[in-house]
Design a binder for this molecule. Structure first.
Ligand code: X6L
Ligand code: MG
Ligand code: MG
Length: 166
C-alpha cells in the first residue's frame, strides 16, 4: 500500500463545502482511503493577488493507485466541482495537488512529485506538518529541497565550537 499527501485549496463559492466534497469523493474511490485530515487554514492568495482568500488543508491517504491514476482522480474531482482554468494562478472552486507519493521522485510530462514548489508555500507546509510532523525534518521533504543533513548537532551551543576556537 502506498502513502500519499495531498494539498487541497478553494477560494470560490462555498469553500468549506468544496473541501468536504473533495475529501469525501477521494475516500469514496476504490483504492483510496483518507487516513488523516488537517485543520482548515484561511490563507492570503499567492501568485495572483487581488483574488479571494483561500481555505487550504492537507490530507494523508493510503492508496493502491499509481501516481498517474491518482492524478486522474484529482483532476476528475476538480472538473466535477466546476474547476475552470481561466486565469493562471487565479480563483478556483477546488485544487487538489499531489505533494508526496511514498518517497518517490517522479518527473513526467504532467506530474512532478514531490510537488516542486511545496517547500516555498506556508499554505501547503503548515497543514502538511500538522498531520505529518515527522516530515518536517524527513528525507522526503528535505531532499526534495536539495538539502541534506550533513552533520547532526546535539548539545549545548558551546559544544559546537568545542576546543577548536577560543
Ligand atoms: C512569485 C511568483 C512567487 C509566483 C510566488 C506561488 C505562484 C504559488 C503560484 C508565485 C506563486 C502559486 C493557492 C494560492 C495559488 C492556494 C493560497 C500557486 C498556484 N494556489 N494561494 N495561490 N492558496 N493562499 O491554494 O500555488 S495559485
Ligand atoms: Mg495548487
Ligand atoms: Mg493544482
Amino acid at each position: 500500500m502506498n502513502v500519499s499527501f495531498l494539498s487541497i485549496g478553494s477560494n470560490m463559492g462555498d469553500r468549506l463545502r468544496h473541501l468536504q466534497q473533495s475529501v469525501y469523493t477521494l475516500h469514496s474511490q476504490e483504492g483510496i482511503e483518507v487516513v488523516a485530515v488537517s485543520s482548515i487554514y484561511e490563507t492570503a492568495p499567492i501568485g495572483f493577488i487581488g483574488q479571494a482568500d483561500f481555505l487550504n488543508m492537507a490530507v494523508k491517504i493510503q492508496t493502491s493507485l499509481d501516481p498517474h491514476t491518482l492524478l486522474n482522480v484529482c483532476q476528475q474531482i476538480e472538473s466535477d466541482l466546476g474547476r475552470k482554468r481561466l486565469i493562471r494562478w487565479g480563483p478556483r472552486t477546488i485544487d487538489l495537488d499531489i505533494l508526496l507519493y511514498n518517497n518517490e521522485n517522479i518527473e513526467s510530462e504532467n506530474l512532478i512529485i514531490p510537488h516542486p514548489r511545496m517547500l516555498e508555500r506556508a499554505f501547503v507546509l503548515v497543514p502538511l506538518f500538522e498531520i505529518a510532523p515527522e516530515l518536517a525534518s524527513s528525507e522526503e521533504v528535505v531532499q526534495a529541497g536539495g538539502v541534506e543533513l550533513w552533520k547532526k548537532i546535539d548539545g549545548a551551543p558551546e559544544s559546537f565550537w568545542g576546543g577548536s576556537l577560543k
